[in-house]
Design a protein around this ligand. Structure first.
Ligand code: HEM
Length: 211
């Protein structure tokens, strides 16, 4: 879980920083999107870096979900008789719900997001438009419900990250003694920075700062 989660977090940091280029203007954003497709050319064929990224992402997502299911099964086998009383720290509590149902919302979001921004199927500008135009059309004020869905999905991503990063620290044995509190806070900061950084562009488009 921790290794595939780390791969996904690194992707999210890179993706968020790339999205923020939209604040530097259409040329900067489209130039960056073009670079993603042409990096390594002419030594390497076009889309090499993007294709490798896509393969790594698909493998990481599949293994991440597989680990989640097998860990949940192992936990259920280890404790076939349910606890009579629930405590906040138990596996059946808040964190499990956030990770399980939040994970499902995130998976649905990624499907919509790819249809919207990568394939252009559900985007008013379609696939032929530039990435900048797809962003501006996708989050237009009349499509406020799309931005609302992004906000909900990104809050889920944030909660998922906060718990996931914290769990990874524990798995690595780092969160002991005095490092407990600062690392917990760090997990919260990582999640918050990513959520705010991701939502900046859609919100800026919706309120007309980017057009
Ligand atoms: C508000 C937040 C987000 C915005 C505005 C955004 C924007 C975009 C855009 C414009 C593209 C297409 C890039 C291109 O065609 O050059 C893209 C691709 C993608 N996004 Fe996002 N994104 C956001 C959040 C996310 C999140 C949270 C995830 C994952 C949980 C994600 C996963 C992806 C993936 C997997 C791709 C396809 C990359 C590829 O083609 O290999 N995005 N995004």
């Amino acid at each position: 879980m921790a290794v595939t989660g780390a791969v996904l977090v690194l992707f999210l940091i890179g993706h968020m920083l790339g999205n923020l280029k939209i604040f530097l203007g259409a040329d900067s954003f489209n130039g960056y999107a073009e670079w993603l497709r042409t990096a390594g050319e002419p030594a390497l064929p076009g889309r090499t870096m993007l294709t490798i990224t896509e393969i790594v992402l698909v493998v990481a997502v599949v293994l991440h979900m597989w680990s989640a299911v097998s860990l949940a099964r192992r936990a259920a086998r280890a404790r076939p008789v349910k606890y009579a009383a629930r405590r906040r720290s138990q596996a059946s509590g808040y964190a499990t719900h956030v990770m399980r149902y939040g994970g499902i919302v995130i998976a649905l979001f990624v499907v919509w997001h790819l249809l919207d921004m990568t394939l252009g199927v559900v985007n008013p500008e379609g696939h032929a438009a530039t990435p900048y135009d797809r962003m501006v059309a996708g989050f237009a004020p009349s499509r406020w419900w799309v931005t609302a869905f992004y906000v909900i999905a990104l809050v889920m991503v944030g909660l998922h990250l906060r718990h996931g990063v914290w769990s990874a620290f524990q798995t690595l044995g780092l969160a002991r003694g005095r490092s407990h509190r600062p690392l917990r806070a760090l997990a919260g900061v990582v999640a918050l920075v990513l959520v705010v950084g991701f939502l900046a562009a859609p919100v800026a488009v919706m309120i007309g700062v980017i057009k």
